[in-house]
Design a protein around this ligand. Structure first.
Ligand code: ADE
Length: 507
C-alpha cells in the first residue's frame, strides 16, 4: 500500500472518529435517543415534496434558495457549516420542527435543568478524546507534509470560507464560487455540502446525449447552462472514480472538462449519480465532426488543444497545488468536447489511473469497465500490456490520440477535398467490433488507418500525419509522448503564425 493510501485511510479513520465523538457529545445534551427517527418537512426540488424520516431535520438557504429535508446520521456533520457566506443551515430534532424555521441560526443547546452536571461530563469526556485525536492527526499531517509534496487537498476551513469574495449586489456565477474555493485554501474545489446544494438547485432542461453510460442533460443553475451526466446504475464505478479524481486532484485546465459538482441521491430506493460540469453547446468532437469541416489551421488548433489536455493529465506537478500524473484509458472523439473558441477539452475520467513517482504510488482503481475496443492499443488487445507500470497506460492513450488526430484530419479541407466522417478502422472491422475483430486487424495484420494523399500536399497536414504514424508504433515505448506531440504541434502553430504575419507585411 502506497503512502498516499495510508494517509488517506488514516485521515478517513480519524475523521470518522472525530465525527462520532462529536455526535456523542451533542447527542447527550440535545437528543433523547440516538436511534430515534424524526419526521421532517421535506421540500427541495429533487428529493421530495412532503415529509421524510431521518436522524435530524434540516433547513438551508443557499443564495436565497431554501430547502428542507432529512439528514441521516452520517450527514449530521453538515449541520455545522455555519460560516460559509450565502450558505446557511439549521438542524433540529423535533417532529416536523423544520416547518417553522425560516431564519437559519446557530443551533440552541438547552440541557434540561438539573441535568447540567451530567451533561457537562458527557460533553467533556468525548471532547477530550476529540482533542487528543485531532492533535494526533495534526501532528501526523505536519510530519507527512514535511516529508513529501501532497496532492490530496483538504476542505476549506472557516477562515477561508469567510474570505470568499462574491461580487457585491450580483448573484455569483458558479465560476465565481468555484474560483473562490479554488484559488484560496486547498484548491481542489467546492466543499461536499456546497456541491450537493448546488446540484439540487439545478433544473434539467434537455437531454443532449444517451448511451450505455447513462444520459447527459443540459441543465440550468441560477440561469447558467451546466452539463449533468446521469450515470446508469451499472456504471456507478465510473461516477465514483471521476468524482474521486476531480475532488482530490487540482485539474483546472483549458483543455480538461471543467468540474462543478457531484451528487448522489436516492429516489424510490434507487440511487441517482450526477456529475455536473461546464456545458459546451457544440457537443462532443464526434458529433461536431459529423456536420462540420475544418481548414488546416482549425485542424491544427483542435489537435494541439487535445494534445495539451493530455499533457496536463499525464504530467505530475510537484508543488503544494501540484497534481499526480493521470492516464485516461478511454480517449476517443466521443469523450472530447468542442468549445466555442475552436479548442477541445477532454472529458470522462471514470477509468483514470493515478500515479505519483515522487510518492511511489500507482492507483489503477477498481472499475470493471474497460476502454473502447475500437481505440484499444495492440498491447491491450493481445494482453501483453504491463499493468503494473504507469508508462504503459500513457502509451495506450497516445495510440488513441493518434486515432483522434486522424478523425480530425479526415474532416479537414485541403485543395478543396475533404472526406466524410468515419470512425477509426471503419473499413476493416464491422460496427461495434468485438475484441477479436480488433485484435486480428491491429495485432495480427498490423493494419493502420489510411491517410489520404491530399494531406501530404499541405505543410500542416503532412506534419500532423507524421505525428499520427509515430503514435501508432506497435512497440509502446517507441511512440511519441504527449509532451513531444504538443511541442511539435506548437512549433507548427508558431511557424504558421509567423508565415501569416510575414505575408501580411509583404502585402
Ligand atoms: N455531452 C457530454 N458532455 C457534455 C458537456 N459537458 N457539454 C455539452 N455536451 C456534452
Amino acid at each position: 500500500m502506497g503512502r498516499a493510501t495510508t494517509l488517506k485511510a488514516l485521515l478517513s479513520t480519524a475523521w470518522l472518529v472525530c465525527v462520532l465523538a462529536d455526535q456523542l457529545a451533542d447527542d447527550s445534551s440535545t437528543k433523547e435517543g440516538a436511534n430515534d427517527r424524526v419526521e421532517c418537512v421535506c421540500a427541495n426540488r429533487h428529493e421530495c415534496t412532503d415529509t421524510c424520516f431521518g436522524y435530524v431535520c434540516f433547513f438551508t438557504v443557499v443564495h436565497g434558495y431554501a430547502s428542507r429535508g432529512c439528514f441521516e446520521l452520517q450527514q449530521y456533520e453538515q449541520c455545522r457549516s455555519h460560516s460559509i457566506p450565502d450558505f446557511h443551515i439549521n438542524c433540529c430534532s423535533e417532529h416536523l420542527c423544520n416547518f417553522n424555521l425560516t431564519e437559519p441560526k446557530e443551533p440552541e443547546v438547552n440541557p434540561e435543568p438539573g441535568a447540567a452536571d451530567s451533561a457537562i461530563m458527557l460533553v467533556a469526556v468525548p471532547l477530550l478524546i476529540l482533542l487528543i485525536v485531532a492533535m494526533a492527526v495534526c501532528a501526523l499531517v505536519v510530519w507527512l507534509r514535511s516529508r513529501k509534496p501532497h496532492y490530496r487537498l483538504t476542505h476549506m476551513d472557516d477562515h477561508d470560507a469567510t474570505m470568499m469574495k462574491v461580487p457585491a449586489g450580483a448573484d455569483p456565477t458558479y465560476g465565481d464560487i468555484f474560483d473562490e474555493f479554488c484559488t484560496s485554501g486547498s484548491g481542489t474545489g467546492l466543499p461536499y455540502l456546497v456541491q450537493r446544494t448546488m446540484a439540487r438547485q439545478i433544473s434539467l432542461v434537455e437531454c443532449v446525449g444517451k448511451g450505455r453510460y447513462g444520459e447527459v442533460w443540459r441543465g440550468t443553475w441560477m440561469g447558467e447552462s451546466v452539463a449533468v451526466k446521469i450515470f446508469s446504475s451499472r456504471d456507478e464505478q465510473s461516477w465514483f472514480r471521476e468524482t474521486e479524481i476531480y475532488n482530490t486532484v487540482q485539474l483546472r485546465h483549458d483543455n480538461i472538462l471543467g468540474f462543478i459538482a457531484s451528487d448522489m441521491t436516492s429516489k424510490n430506493s434507487s440511487t441517482q449519480l450526477w456529475l455536473i460540469t461546464h456545458f459546451h453547446e457544440l457537443g462532443s468532437l464526434y458529433d461536431f465532426l459529423q456536420y462540420s469541416s475544418l481548414d488546416p489551421e482549425g485542424c491544427l488548433r483542435m489537435c494541439l488543444s487535445v494534445a495539451s489536455g493530455l499533457v496536463h493529465l499525464h504530467t505530475e506537478i510537484l508543488s503544494t497545488q501540484g497534481k499526480p500524473a493521470i492516464a485516461h484509458r478511454d480517449l476517443k472523439s466521443r469523450n472530447i468536447l468542442v468549445k466555442r473558441n475552436g479548442q477541445c477539452c477532454i472529458a470522462d475520467l471514470g477509468l483514470g489511473v493515478i500515479h505519483s513517482q515522487s510518492n511511489d504510488y500507482l492507483d489503477v482503481g477498481t472499475n470493471p469497465r474497460v476502454g473502447t475496443k475500437r481505440y484499444m492499443a495492440p498491447e491491450v488487445l493481445d494482453e501483453s500490456i504491463r499493468v503494473d507500470v504507469f508508462e504503459s497506460y500513457k502509451q495506450t492513450d497516445i495510440w488513441a490520440l493518434g486515432l483522434v488526430l486522424w478523425e480530425i484530419s479526415r474532416r479537414t479541407v485541403v485543395n478543396g477535398i475533404v472526406e466524410d466522417y468515419r470512425p477509426p478502422f471503419f473499413d476493416m472491422v464491422p460496427s461495434d467490433p468485438s475484441f477479436e475483430d480488433m485484435r486480428k486487424v491491429v495485432c495480427v495484420d498490423q493494419h493502420r488507418p489510411s491517410l489520404h494523399n491530399r494531406l501530404y500536399s499541405h505543410p500542416i497536414l503532412s506534419s500532423i500525419a507524421k505525428v499520427m504514424k509515430e503514435c501508432w508504433f506497435q512497440s509502446p515505448p517507441a511512440r511519441l509522448t504527449a509532451l513531444r506531440v504538443r511541442k511539435t504541434l506548437s512549433k507548427l502553430d508558431q511557424d504558421t503564425d509567423q508565415g501569416t504575419d510575414k505575408l501580411k507585411q509583404d502585402v
